[in-house]
Design a protein. Structure first.
Length: 172
């Protein structure tokens, strides 16, 4: 029964996050007067994504060496970094809206391929990461390992492509 309640909560949080982000990206108009006050948030978001990627990698290496406490610390820290990213991302898009991509030619196709895969997998990673963490914290390590084998590479992909999307959008 406890698992069922946790999974319902994870599902509700995941749906809420996806709906909020979809609204901000598709149905929200920005306030041009506020945009300059949040101009630094995209860089912060890229830094949080890079931090998450580094922590996920370190956590993986720690568990391979059977350093469970270091693994746990890295993975919880990666979850915190990703959660801070989400708060900053939502804040930025709520206040500043979205920035259009200015590149042309082949780089435009590469950007949108990266962006679409990033967005789709970012939506999927919310319930995967929360379920993976829940299984670890509840001591269900067999099921934790089984889902972590999917969660880790997807979460790492989302974190790394988040940095690449930022770089392409703001430094191309």
């Amino acid at each position: 029964m406890k698992d069922r309640a946790a999974l319902w909560l994870i599902g509700a949080i995941s749906v809420g996050v996806v709906l909020l982000v979809a609204f901000l990206l598709l149905g929200h108009r920005r306030d041009a007067a506020i945009a300059p006050t949040v101009a630094a948030l995209p860089l912060l978001n890229a830094c949080l994504n890079a931090t998450s990627a580094a922590l996920l990698t370190a956590g993986y290496l720690f568990i391979r060496d059977k350093r469970v406490a270091a693994h746990r610390a890295c993975m919880v820290s990666a979850l915190v970094a990703s959660s801070l990213f989400l708060v900053s991302y939502v804040t930025y898009h709520a206040l500043a809206g979205s920035r259009p991509f200015g590149g042309q030619g082949w780089v435009r196709r590469v950007y949108f391929l990266l962006l679409v895969s990033h967005v789709v997998l970012a939506a999927a990673i919310v319930p995967l990461a929360l379920t993976t963490v829940y299984r670890a914290l509840s001591g269900n390590f067999a099921r934790h390992v089984r889902i972590a084998r999917w969660t880790l590479p997807l979460w790492l992909y989302v974190s790394v492509t988040g940095v690449l999307v930022y770089w392409m959008l703001y430094h191309h």
